[in-house]
Write a protein that binds this ligand. Structure first.
Ligand code: FAD
Length: 475
């Protein structure tokens, strides 16, 4: 059939995966069209994810930090919080970044078609145009013909079936809207997103309960790292319910009543002023008409791809949250570059040895590669070395010496294969461990690298020095 627009590269979805793919495609000389339903570029990450959460977490961390100073003889008193202004600050941060992306798209001559895309065959996509914020349809459909496509339609919040509609029950997007600060808040799901948002609300004055089906909060990093975070954060919680299921949620006039099931769970329904549902995210694979293009989608909605990010249809690629875990922005961006380059005919492929994870809580927890738990489960022989921040001049000077830095080495090759850091700014430092793993460094390489003193980053060098002493076959 006919088409309203034609392009060499069609990118569906303008999150970190989609805009990176579109920009790289355009830079490589392909005529590129980017389809996005919402008014701004940036997807979940910029609009309702990574960036707004960090804008709020930064303010929370400063409030908490200032409170620590009281022990040093510096008192600021109780903070006065204007929640409207704080929300405005968050919006301003988003605006700066999405505005920047719009400028970059324009500079590269990436055309944006604003609407909901649905594939109609392997070379055509229909776009139902949207208005304003992107939530409403214009009742106008255009068809784009493409030679190649990159699917970057991301993921969405998992909704629990038994949860009613009520303004006092929110998902992460609702929590980021920061409408009010509740007295008593429940976080359903003790993962990173729930704990980050819980941190913000708790610092602003809420008392927290958290309920988690698994036997620990923050799945992913080793328990020794999480333990430090938990000890420093216990004061925020009235009740941490592990191995516990949420079985019923009822909205009453005086609050949201939640029923739990678990050994240590309260028998009576508990009352909350705000409930945050942070029970995971699901891929959008089933909502884009992939079947019309012949693209395979799994039962759960993921799109399987090979190392070149190709789907089963050779000229259609997929990247980001929609292709699988970990659902992280930095993974999406790297996959995006591979997809665009392969589509352009280059021999690129996605071969990251490791993808780091960070909980931007206070203290932060950052980890990458092999964990001790994983090594144990898989029977891999490792050596580890730990540098406690109680011996770090900078951490002590900062009054924040609760953290530690851990490196994990392959017992045979002595190469670094994993690492974890808990402490302030851990997320900013884990990149060095990622580089060390990608480059196949051993303890000597890191230990003999001169790190600036006194810094928190020095702790990575120190951890390597500790291991260096214990390695047998070093030159
Ligand atoms: P998305 O960002 O989900 O973008 C997909 C885009 O496609 C969306 O804009 C959507 O509107 C559009 N779209 C989908 N279907 C269609 C269609 N049919 N037609 C038109 N447009 C469509 N990750 C980190 O790395 N660090 C963090 O600190 C972090 N914090 C987070 C905090 C929160 C609260 C949340 C929810 C997530 C966070 N994440 C974080 C995860 C991160 O946001 C995602 O991994 C990332 O956004 C995935 O990028 P993506 O390009 O795959 O998809």
């Amino acid at each position: 059939g006919g088409a309203d627009f034609e392009c060499e590269m069609l990118v569906l979805g303008a999150g970190p995966g989609g805009y990176s793919a579109a920009f790289r495609s355009a830079d490589l000389g392909m005529k590129t069209i980017l389809v996005e339903r919402y008014a701004t570029l940036g997807g979940v990450c910029l609009n309702v994810g990574c960036i707004p959460s960090k804008a709020l977490l930064h303010n929370a961390a400063v409030i908490d930090e200032v409170a620590h100073l009281e022990a040093n003889g510096i008192k600021f008193g109780k903070p006065e919080i204007d929640i409207d202004q704080l929300r405005g600050y968050k919006e301003k941060v988003i605006g700066k970044l999405t505005g920047g992306l719009a400028g970059m798209a324009k500079a590269r001559k990436v055309d944006i078609v604003r609407g909901i895309g649905t594939f109609i065959d392997p070379h055509h996509i229909a776009v139902d145009l949207t208005t304003g914020s992107g939530k409403d349809l214009k009742n106008e459909r255009v068809v784009v013909k493409f030679q190649k496509a990159i699917i970057a339609a991301g993921s969405r919040v998992v909704k629990l079936p038994f949860i009613p509609e009520d303004p006092r029950i929110v998902d992460s997007t609702g929590a980021l809207e920061l409408k009010f600060v509740p007295k008593k808040m429940l976080v359903i799901g003790g993962g990173i997103i729930g704990l980050e948002m819980g941190t913000v609300y708790s610092t602003l004055g809420a008392r927290l309960d958290v309920v988690e089906m698994m036997d620990g909060l923050m799945q992913g990093p080793d328990r020794d790292l999480v333990k430090v975070w938990q000890k420093m954060n216990e004061h925020r919680f009235d009740n941490i319910m592990l191995n516990t299921k949420t079985t019923a949620v009822e909205a009453r006039e005086d609050g949201i009543y939640v029923t739990f099931e678990g050994e240590k769970a309260p028998k009576e329904p508990q009352r909350y002023d705000l409930v945050l549902v942070a029970a995971g995210r699901a891929p959008n694979g089933k909502f884009i008409g992939a079947e019309n293009a012949g693209v395979v989608v799994t039962d759960r909605g993921f799109i399987p791809v090979d190392k070149q990010m190709r789907t089963n249809v050779p000229h259609i690629f997929a990247i980001g949250d929609i292709v699988g875990q970990p659902m992280l922005a930095h993974k999406a961006v790297h996959e995006a570059h591979v997809a665009a380059e392969v589509a352009h005919g280059e021999k690129a492929y996605f071969d990251a040895r490791v993808i780091p994870g960070v909980a931007y809580t206070d203290p932060e927890v950052a980890w990458v590669g092999m964990t001790e738990a994983q090594a144990k489960a898989e029977g891999i022989k490792i050596e580890k070395s730990v540098f406690p921040w109680a011996a770090s001049g900078r951490a002590i000077a900062n009054g924040r010496d609760e953290g530690f830095t851990k490196l994990i080495f392959d017992a045979e090759t002595h190469q670094v294969i994993g690492g974890g850091i808990v402490g302030t700014h851990a997320g900013d430092m884990i990149g060095e461990v990622c580089l060390a793993i990608e480059m196949g460094c051993d303890a000597t390489d890191i230990g003999k690298t001169i790190h600036p003193h006194p810094t928190l980053g020095e702790s990575i060098g120190m951890a390597a020095e500790v291991a260096h002493g214990s390695c047998t076959d070093l030159p």
